[in-house]
Design a protein around this ligand. Structure first.
Ligand code: LIP
Length: 280
């Protein structure tokens, strides 16, 4: 019964575009396989391979190995598609469909031994930046939380076989809101100033360190909202579709799209309140 239910959910979760159906099933299985590799490498002990924008901005051997696995499998299965990944840049630019990959989102959590990290894979069309693309498929898989979120445009957002639908309104006790801070200490004063503006809306704040899981938790109704400046395209691509397909809104500052400049995700009421306060 479970298998039939799962298959029904899967088919119900597909939109009309049949080019996406094989990519969705493939992406879900690939994200789970990649997550298992990340978890296995951590059990064996991983080291920091390099530092990027600052001493705090790390890349582990697992980030590199997991992205290599993901790239190799996408290229083998869908050689006509393009890939944009956190560690390997972009390939096959100009293709109709672009895979946007964060091999381990929440790298600092991963390196520190926390379970809050995820493999984030999205397929987008019509552009190669968050300001131009349209998200088609999303998978966020957290191996050590045993949760895989997925979505397809116009086909809903799902946690495994459970359809996700965000609650409306702002809780009377205040909203549970997540945020994050960049690796560059020079940005912290501004980030804290924006947090100060949002705090009157919140019952409490969470800083969990993985944007894709913050967005997945908004889609699942565990968080009421999330905002963060400085996100990379691969941090937000999959999670943004999860939130929209669960009935939420994703954007940047008022009348702007989500980008490194700002991302805001919440239901309509809280989304508007957060944007108003950020503009103040
Ligand atoms: C992380 C994001 C997180 C942000 C961190 C970092 P990474 O991505 O998921 O929301 O606060 O600064 O950018 O580097 O772990 O892929």
């Amino acid at each position: 019964m479970t298998r039939r239910k799962g298959a029904d959910n899967f088919n119900r979760g597909l939109n009309a575009d049949l080019a996406l159906k094989p990519r969705l099933e493939f992406a879900i299985n690939l994200a789970k396989e990649a997550g298992a590799l990340a978890a296995q490498m951590r059990r064996m002990g991983v080291s920091i391979a390099e530092h990027k924008s600052s001493l705090a901005d790390i890349v582990t051997e697992a980030d590199q190995a997991v992205e290599q696995l993901i790239r190799a499998q996408i290229t083998a299965k869908f050689p006509e598609d393009a890939i944009l990944g956190e560690e390997g840049g972009s390939t096959n630019a100009g293709a109709e469909l672009l895979w946007v990959v964060d091999p381990i989102d929440g790298t600092v959590n991963y390196a520190s031994g926390f379970a809050q990290y995820a493999v984030s894979i999205a397929v987008v069309s019509e552009g190669d930046t968050p300001l131009s693309w349209r998200e088609e498929i999303a998978v966020v898989s957290a191996p050590e939380l045993a949760e895989t979120f997925w979505a397809i445009r116009d086909g809903g957002a799902w946690l495994g076989e459970q359809r996700l639908q965000m609650p409306a309104g702002i809780p009377e006790a205040g909203a549970l809101i997540a945020t994050g801070f960049g690796y560059d200490p020079a940005t912290h004063e501004g980030d804290l100033g924006r947090l100060r503006k949002i705090m009157p809306l919140a019952r409490d704040i969470r800083r969990m360190g993985a944007a894709s899981l913050d967005l997945a938790n908004v889609a699942a109704g565990r968080l009421d909202g999330y905002f963060e400046r400085g996100l990379q395209p691969w941090d937000l691509a999959a999670g943004a579709l999860l939130v929209r397909e669960a009935g939420g809104q994703v954007g940047g500052y008022r009348n702007e799209k989500a980008s490194a400049k700002m991302l805001v995700a919440a239901n309509a009421a809280l989304f508007s309140s957060i944007q108003s306060r950020l503009d103040a």
